[in-house]
Design a protein around this ligand. Sequence first.
Ligand code: SF4
Length: 307
Amino acid sequence: MGPELGECQLIAHAVRNPARFFWRPKPGRQNPAWRPAAHEGRPESTPPVPRQVPVSTPRDPAVRNQLRIWQSLGFGFLEEVRAGETPGPAEVQPADFAPDMVVDWGPVLPLEERVPALAAIAAEVAGCQACRLCHGRTHTVPGEGDPMAPLMFIGEGPGESEDRTGRPFVGRAGELLTRIIGAMQFAREEVYIANVVKCRPPHNRQPEPDEMRTCLPYLERQVAIVRPRAIVLLGRTALMGLLPEHARAAMSAMRGNWLDYRGIPVMPTFHPAYLLRTESAKRAVWDDMKKVMKMLGKEPLAGKAKE
Ligand code: SF4
């Protein structure tokens, strides 16, 4: 169904007032799409080389949905709002984040290319038999969420509910994660949620290191497409899977500290399933999520600390 009259007016308003509806990451280390302009450091006589413009992100979810409809109808120009014309929210550089290296993630895809690219990965996962976990699965669980999400949550692997439904984090732990996301002032649909392995390990055991290594390329491709501004790693197994150099570290020591995944800030924290067993850990997780919110330009609401 196409856009209605009111939606047309909304989109027209967004086009006339892009600053109200869009923001773009400011140049800086916290923005994985950022690279120093090629002319920086050159003599002034050297003509500047245009910097790649990152894809815009609508602020308002309603506008974002309407834009998708319009973009699917061929109105790709809505992505063409230029950086610098649309001041974003205040961004805070994580003081303790220092990327190990600058990584070329390749081009930033527009929305209309991200959707089929993520669907193609899901289709590959559905037929994957690359590791032993394929034998016990009911459904593969590739991941879900906003292809333009600024924030990505990554867990270790599907559990029983996820295996039954084919969706990530839908059991009790998933309900808690959804509440955490809500407390961070995001709708669940506005973030991207995935796991290191896409098939349920038998009896909910932890994925083995070789299983995670085998499955990791799918996740790497998802991250490259979504290009989040920050990643939250849920639990030590996910930390081991994505950043094996920290495999020996205790989660209690790693949580709350910014880590680097190929230039993207990563915040490890406790898994929601652990929070269901350990009420006292909720405060620590909320403290970690406040750091993520601060980086994304969001302020915690007063009295939103518990849960
Ligand atoms: S866990 Fe990953 S690598 Fe193993 S079978 Fe499933 S999709 Fe393939």
